[in-house]
Design a protein around this ligand. Structure first.
Ligand code: ZN
Length: 373
């Protein structure tokens, strides 16, 4: 994609798909006249909110996450502790999945988002990756708080200290999205190794220079050994001095859902620029074995189910999403209020910005709760 060709970023998603198909197929107006398909719903743009809409469509396609919010467990939790943010999110995904409208407004969700983090309320476009991390964190906080409140009130009689560390494994955010990176630092002088674990929900991958690169190259670049020398040297507790060191990173615990962020925005000196590199990524069978520690018995293989796209440059960019329907297994493009079916071939594009992979097959989310929200 040449950056200059996109005079109208809003139409660029459609242009991209039509150019590839060689036809005008999949007109959004045409598809919206058709009967509403379950779980295929547009989101109104409330003024530069395309980045929010694109991220929300990808999360709404994350079937096991959505299903949690339709469950009696969630209903019970929320009945006890009213949490604005998680409630607004649950209400929105319910509307996206079970509402009658072809398109819904994310206004209530946006209000909840602004209450907890005001910068997202400014009518200016923000970075979709930052928003995604923020939403996952905020959902985690609300859910961990609610789960912990129940635990601490159960513990009061036993006079156990209430400031216990949060039991992170109990939230669906932790169970689905959280992986563990193991970092090994090797002192070049004495050869001793030290290990440190770090939780992650999103891996931000550097993009090699050039017009085209493979996702595997981006991953190799992320996981390659880094040498720390000169001013970056580390203090070795055995040598008792600052020494050169090698740092290696591997995945100690692969997450069920692997989110890969392609670092398209980078600084060159003070100037920020966008990399338009076409990153070729697999739709199925992304094998993460080379980057996972050996003690993991199961082969970590992932299949793509959603993509956040960014078209245009830095100033006039536009966000859209491609999502695989967990029931029909068909791909749909979401461009704010518009949505239309696309082919698997359309999914691979130079616009890809955040890739959502799953290690387990999704099924259509069921509503198991006894009442509506
Ligand atoms: Zn040493």
């Amino acid at each position: 994609m040449s950056g200059g060709a996109l005079t109208s970023p809003k139409g660029s998603l459609l242009m991209h798909v039509q150019k590839k198909n060689g036809s005008s197929g999949g007109s959004p107006k045409h598809s919206q006249r058709k009967q509403k398909r379950k779980g295929v719903t547009g989101l109104n743009n409330l003024g530069n909110t395309c980045y929010i809409n694109a991220v929300l469509q990808c999360l709404s396609s994350t079937s096991p996450l959505v299903e949690y919010f339709f469950s009696w467990q969630f209903e019970n939790l929320i009945a006890r502790d009213h949490k604005t943010f998680v409630n607004a999110f649950a209400k929105l995904v319910t509307d996206l999945w079970f509402g009658e409208a072809q398109c819904v407004s994310p206004k209530s969700f946006l209000c909840a988002l602004c209450t907890v983090h005001p910068p997202f309320g400014k009518q200016s476009q923000q970075d979709a990756q930052e928003l995604l991390i923020y939403i996952l964190d905020a959902l985690y906080e609300d859910l961990a708080d609610t789960i912990n409140n129940r635990k601490s009130s159960e513990m009061v009689q036993g006079a156990i200290i209430r400031h216990t560390r949060r039991n992170a494994s109990n939230t669906p955010i932790t169970r689905l999205f959280q992986g563990v990176l193991g970092q090994t630092t090797i002192c070049m002088e004495c050869g001793r190794r030290s290990h440190k674990d770090e939780m992650f929900t999103v891996l931000s991958l550097p993009i090699p220079s050039g017009n085209e690169a493979s996702l595997m190259q981006c991953l190799q670049s992320f996981f390659q050994q880094v040498m720390l020398t000169w001013t970056d040297r580390i203090f070795c507790s055995y040598c008792k001095t600052k020494e050169d060191a090698a740092v290696e990173v591997q995945i100690n615990k692969p997450p069920k859902i692997l989110i890969l962020h392609l670092k398209r925005f980078e600084y060159q000196g003070r100037a920020r620029r966008k990399l338009q590199t076409n990153v070729i990524f697999p739709l199925v069978n992304l094998d993460m074995s080379p980057f996972v520690t050996l003690h993991n018995v199961q082969r970590p293989v992932y299949h793509l189910y959603s993509v956040v796209n960014h078209s245009g440059g830095l100033e006039c960019g536009h966000y859209t999403a491609y999502c695989k329907h967990p029931g029909t297994k068909e791909w749909n493009a979401y461009d704010d209020a518009r949505h239309f079916r696309i082919t698997e071939d359309d999914v691979q594009s130079p616009l890809a910005y955040i890739l959502f992979y799953t290690s387990q097959e999704f099924r259509l989310p069921n509503k198991t709760s006894s009442s509506t929200f």
